[in-house]
Every structure is written in C-alpha cells, then in structure tokens.
Design a protein around this ligand. Sequence first.
Ligand SMILES: [Zn+2]
Length: 146
Amino acid sequence: MRRSFVTHQFVDVIPANPDEGILYISIRYRTAVHQCPCGCGNKVVTPIKSARWHLCFDGDSVSLSPSVGSWQFPCRSHYWIRNNEIRWAEKWTQEEIEAGRERDSGALRAYYEGRTREQVDVPDQSVAERKKSGLLSRIWQWLARH
Ligand SMILES: [Zn+2]
C-alpha cells in the first residue's frame, strides 16, 4: 500500500534494513535512506550533496528536493517528500526517465567541472603572470643595457 507520510529519524549510522515509513538521516555520512513508500520494500538511498539531494529540516519535519524517482525499481515510484508528507507524482515515462538522467548527469558534470576549473585556474593564471613579469624584466634588462 502506498504511504502518504514518513517520520524522520536522525541517526549516526544508516541501518542496513530500514523500517517502513521512516526516513533515516545521517548527517555524518550525508545520506538519507528510506524504504520505497509504494510498499515494494526496496531501499532508497538519497545522498545529501549539492549536486544530488538537498535536505531541509525545519525543526519539526523534513523535506527532500528534488523529487525521488525510483526508475531502477519495477515500481518506478516518483514522489516528493515535503514536510514528511509523500506527494505522489505521475509515473515517469521512458522519455522522462532519460531526460531526468541527462539532467542529473549534467548537474553532476557541472559540479565536478566547476571543481576542476577552480583547481586549474590558479596555476594557469600564475603561469601567465610569470610570463608577463618575465617579459617586463627582459625589457628592463634591455633598457638597462642600452
Ligand atoms: Zn516501490
């Protein structure tokens, strides 16, 4: 039977077999886990990371964004968790699944490319600076000699 709400539980370590109707949240491992609310019994793992899911705790209830689309399970459940409420969405069509996958990998790519760019930018800049100052000192040397 489809559930319409979950209760949240902050835990240190995520249990291997989560109980039905509980959203386990581990801040330490930046992960939330719950059993698929359709009743199929599958474990849904949602890593809390900037390019994956965001968790919002308002002191009483939790929300996860974006939505959870379990297209890897036969049930293909798709729902939002908003203030501990399960808001069921339409089942995804194959096209929507593909689009979702692309969007996800795009977000991940942007996330990792952003990181790489940051790491690459600094040495590139300093090489340019070195070249510039090298040229300047060569000009000074030339001026000094003439
Ligand atoms: Zn399910």
